[in-house]
Design a protein around this ligand. Structure first.
Ligand code: SF4
Ligand SMILES: [Zn+2]
Ligand SMILES: [Zn+2]
Length: 309
């Protein structure tokens, strides 16, 4: 198998692009793909500093690496989620990555605020992923706004987007389809623009990129991800991709280009107000994160009372 670009020995085959590349040409191909996506979707400009949400996994570290190499000023944001050894290892890998490249990293330990995922799950009836999702969304905006960033980039890849799209279509989640875009503009002064520069890049490509670049990332999945419905959608999309290479890319790309505008009328109407407890955006008097914290506090107080009685 020969590299499509330079004709030397190829190291990676990308069936969905009907291509194969040697290592150096793959780097070029990967970086160009990301650069083109950023420019075409007007995600951010070289003058803006980008906050990159980094979990310690291959996608987010590959994203941070490639943005840095493309010359963007990219600062990392890592949330230490408080999920036992998985979180400890994620934080270690993220901090080591930043140190080795002399990159600026903001780390927020949710446990320090009493809202680690394990703690919240223990004191509420929420599932770990529901608690985690609410908390992550909240801290992404809050840390970005408080530190003066206008844009937050996440490492969602093509496989994530295809699985999410499949789930939204199977259940005809019209409001979610209306919001499934690679760029989400803020509709409140304390929200920031959210962008997904890897949304056209397959998970296989980020894995190869991370491997070729020698990025040391967390290989283990979060222990709470087992059995998640998202994995069933990913599995279904993988089968289609094997039978028909290019399916994921076409599904996601054509949705964004052609179908997505048909759903915009179903976007939730009205702009959010302001949370009376924390000042962040809220639909209602209190934002969903403060409601979560309220539940934890109430349950904690109840248990203390019961223990003291
Ligand atoms: S699997 Fe669930 S708990 Fe684990 S990081 Fe993802 S959303 Fe959070
Ligand atoms: Zn080559
Ligand atoms: Zn709030």
């Amino acid at each position: 198998m020969k590299c499509k670009r330079c004709r030397c020995k190829a190291e990676v085959q990308l069936r969905h692009h009907n291509s194969a590349f040697c290592r150096d040409c793959f780097f070029l191909f990967f970086e160009r793909q990301v650069q083109r996506t950023i420019e075409r979707e007007r995600m951010f400009t070289p003058e803006e500093t980008v906050l990159v949400a980094v979990s310690g996994g291959k996608d987010s570290l590959a994203l941070w690496d490639v943005l840095h190499r493309l010359g963007y000023d990219a600062v990392g944001l890592h949330l230490a989620l408080g999920i036992g050894d998985y979180s400890r290892s994620s934080t270690e890998k993220t901090e080591a990555f930043a140190r080795a490249r002399d990159l600026r990293l903001l780390t927020v330990r949710l446990e320090d605020d009493g809202v680690g995922v394990a703690t919240v799950t223990q004191f509420t009836n929420r599932s770990p992923c529901a608690a985690c999702g609410t908390t992550k969304r909240y801290y992404f905006d809050r840390v970005a706004v408080e530190n003066g960033f206008a844009v937050l980039a996440t490492g969602h890849n093509l496989d994530d987007e295809a699985a999410r799209l499949l789930g939204n279509v199977l259940h005809w989640q019209l409001p979610y389809l209306a919001k499934q875009r690679p760029v989400l503009e803020p509709n409140h002064a304390r929200f920031v623009r959210k962008v997904k520069p890897l949304y056209r890049v397959m998970e296989l490509e980020t894995a190869v990129y991370a491997f070729f670049r020698g990025i040391d990332y967390v290989v283990d999945e979060c222990p709470n991800s087992a059995g998640a419905t998202q994995l069933a959608y990913k599995d279904a999309m993988n089968r289609l991709e094997v039978a028909m290479p290019g399916t994921k890319l076409m599904f996601v790309q054509e949705f964004a280009r052609s179908a997505q505008p048909a759903f915009t009328a179903h976007a939730p109407t009205g702009t959010p107000g302001t949370c009376e407890r924390c000042g962040m955006p809220a639909f209602g008097a209190v934002c969903s994160f403060c409601r979560l914290v309220g539940e934890v506090d109430a349950r904690r107080a109840g248990r203390r009372r019961a223990a003291g009685a």
